[in-house]
Design a protein around this ligand. Structure first.
Ligand SMILES: *Cc1c(COP(=O)(O)O)cnc(C)c1O
Length: 360
């Protein structure tokens, strides 16, 4: 067996310990004589799996009792519609557009009501986070929406916007569980798990219980009402059962690593190695304003497209995979999520140094 350092933006690297444990339990989950993939989601064994996953997530993030935790399907993109369908009581919402994912959410919301773009960083290819301390929040806005970590462009909100009392809705897909957060500042925090937590197919929604009501837009399908899933504790229909099981293992792994404070330290340490190198390199340069740099996704360029392509090709041959930037921006991007070991980042920087020497 040989594993590469996988810098994919998502689906992405998972902790080896988790993969090994899942492999050990594949044929016979703890004496059940079957795989978790094969068991009824209504069984006692599975109930224990999903309840434990929720309890561990609640403890990692210190989620208070007045917040619901839901394990849903449809990816983060499904939430782009579910959020306005369920929360746009006044049919007005304010969006801060800091990248492709926020833009998609903003466009989707326009189907359901008046979505206002109250700030954007599109003027400089989303390379920074706009000042959100005093935005023109609409008096009747049902919520203010952000994408907290911009996976494609590598920016991160270091301070949350001043929503002037409106509920904050945040897409945290690519920074989920990467550092401690104060859940009580959010009305809704959600993320697809395939970036930092588990296999594609699960999206976790953490939502203030008071926001979950029957009062949704007319025509909202049963499956797209938060109330349906909250009332059934994520077991209204068959959930993405195996995916939730892996998420549960990742929560245990984070606990074992020391929780979110330890994750933050580990992530800062890794990111510093890469950003320090980018800041001193004569060939490579980071594309993001330093104060808004993400700890998770690090885009960089040489300034020469041919050289970028050569770098991607040669790095792959050296066992450093998926460093090609998003198709919409080009260049390179290293995603260094929780499960990326520090050795992976060091190997990348060593390779970059060598490439720099060879291509000057
Ligand atoms: C990947 C990603 C999405 C899209 O996720 P899907 O599960 O493919 O729908 C949305 N938002 C952010 C921030 C992402 O990184």
């Amino acid at each position: 067996m040989s594993r590469v350092y996988n810098f994919s933006a998502g689906p992405a690297v998972l902790p080896e310990e988790v993969l090994k444990e899942a492999a050990d339990e594949m044929m016979d989950y703890r004496g059940c004589g079957m795989s978790v993939m094969e068991m009824s989601h209504r069984s006692k064994v599975y109930d224990e799996i999903i309840k434990t996953a929720e309890a561990d997530l609640r403890s990692l993030l210190s989620i208070p009792d007045d917040y619901e935790v839901m394990f849903l399907q449809g990816g983060a993109s499904q939430q782009f519609a579910m959020i306005p369908m369920n929360l746009m009581k006044n049919k007005v919402a304010d969006y801060i557009v800091t990248g492709q994912w926020a833009k998609k959410a903003y466009q989707e919301a326009q189907i359901y009501g008046k979505a206002n773009k109250i700030a954007s960083s599109e003027d400089k290819t989303f390379s920074y986070i706009p000042d959100c301390s005093d935005l023109p929040i609409s008096p009747d806005a049902d919520y203010v929406y952000i994408c907290e970590n911009n996976t494609i462009y590598g920016t991160k909100f270091k301070t949350l916007p001043n929503t002037k009392g409106k509920e904050l809705v945040s897409d945290v897909s690519s920074c989920f569980l990467s550092e401690p957060v104060d859940i009580t500042k959010y009305g809704v925090m959600y993320g697809g798990v395939q970036k930092n937590i588990g296999p594609a197919g699960v999206v976790i929604v953490i939502m203030k219980k008071s926001l979950i009501t029957e009062d949704v837009l007319p025509g909202t399908p049963t499956m797209l009402k938060y109330k349906t899933h909250a009332d059934a504790q994520s077991l209204y229909n068959t959930p993405p059962a195996y995916g939730i099981y892996i998420c549960g293992k990742v929560f245990k792994w984070i606990q074992k690593m020391g929780g979110l404070e330890a994750m933050k330290k580990h992530n800062e340490e890794k990111a510093k190695i890469l950003y320090d190198f980018l800041d001193e390199s004569s060939l490579f340069k980071g594309t993001v304003v330093p104060k808004d740099r993400s700890l998770m996704n690090v885009p960089f360029i040489t300034g020469n497209e041919e050289l970028d392509a050569k770098f991607v090709k040669e790095s792959k041959a050296a066992g450093l995979e998926n460093l090609k930037g998003h198709r919409s921006v080009g260049g390179m991007r290293a995603s260094i999520y929780n499960a990326m070991p520090i050795e992976g980042v060091k190997a990348l920087v060593e390779f970059m140094k060598k490439f720099e020497t060879e291509n000057k």
